[in-house]
Design a protein around this ligand. Structure first.
Ligand SMILES: [Fe+2]
Length: 290
């Protein structure tokens, strides 16, 4: 599938039983504290520091990391304090359960296309994204996909310089009303930016197909064939370098939100006798640069 299988290596960080047990004991002890006290505890605790330091190194090197067996799950305040170790907290830990009739991307049960989160936010786009799987998909079929954009760019430098040039130079429109679905501010946000850009000598990406398609639909403008082709070509190259991960309950995935794209395959639904549905559910949070 990929021209360079070495570039697809996934940084998994498995926490040892001893360290995980230590974290579990501490988490039980502090979980009823106020958030401020939990934040201070985790920031100064040696065990949490060890996990932060190692996972942050892997994140900086590989742009994403999966932490397994961390010793806590379904503890929102502990997860929040852990996220805060990595940067400026974005403001919330969101609970994302899959819903059948729900228009917002993160809650859809069908597949989500490659994108980065809050791509339309030119000033405050989060640097890192965090998810923890609370409950696995009922059929265990859901996978999270990640693509490093450096892999796409290195490939295009050799095989399609013309497409690479367009991706750095052709402005693509995106439209949204508010950054997040739960934001109070629903003002129109309209951007015209290229998909790739350079910042601090690093390659970065800004891509959200839903916001692009929403622009053309809402403004009743027909997208040019050239732009549609550029986006299709971009996605087909990106998918050559996609790493697919199955995340188990408790696993934490951290990704660099400006240097990777991510997607998710569809989720299954389990129907209970009372008519309720079991689905995969996760905590989601972000940090910005300080
Ligand atoms: Fe996302």
């Amino acid at each position: 599938m990929c021209s360079d299988p070495l570039s697809l290596s996934v940084p998994f960080l498995k926490i040892s039983e001893k360290l995980s047990g230590n974290i579990a004991t501490k988490s039980q002890k502090i979980k009823t504290y106020h958030q401020n006290e939990i934040d201070v505890f985790i920031k100064t605790d040696e065990s949490f520091q060890k996990i932060f330091s190692c996972s942050n190194k892997l994140l900086e090197k590989s742009q994403f990391v999966v932490i397994k067996n961390i010793g806590f799950n379904q503890e929102k305040s502990i997860f929040e304090a852990f996220v805060k170790l990595f940067g400026v907290f974005y403001g919330a830990v969101e609970y994302t359960g899959i819903k059948v009739d729900w228009p917002y991307t993160a809650c859809k049960y069908d597949a989500i296309e490659l994108h980065n989160d809050d791509a339309i936010d030119l000033h405050n786009q989060p640097k890192n994204g965090f998810i923890q799987v609370l409950n696995e998909d009922p059929l265990k079929i859901t996978k999270n996909g990640l693509v490093k954009i450096d892999d796409i760019i290195h490939y295009l430098e050799t095989y399609d310089e013309e497409l690479l040039f367009k991706l750095f130079n052709h402005n693509v429109p995106m439209l949204a009303y508010g950054i997040n679905y739960d934001n109070a501010n629903k003002d129109e946000i309209l951007t015209q930016e290229p998909i790739f850009y350079k910042e601090h000598e690093e390659n970065k990406v800004r891509f959200d197909l839903e916001s692009i398609q929403f622009y053309y639909r809402k403004k009743k403008i027909t997208q040019s064939i050239q732009e549609r082709k550029m986006i299709n070509d971009f996605l087909s190259v990106a998918k050559k370098f996609r790493v697919a991960l199955y995340l188990e309950a408790g696993d934490i995935l951290i990704h660099h939100n400006k240097r990777t794209l991510h997607d998710r395959t569809g989720c299954s639904l389990e129907l209970n006798s009372d008519g309720s549905l079991n689905t995969r559910d996760i905590f989601v949070s972000f940090t910005r640069e300080g």
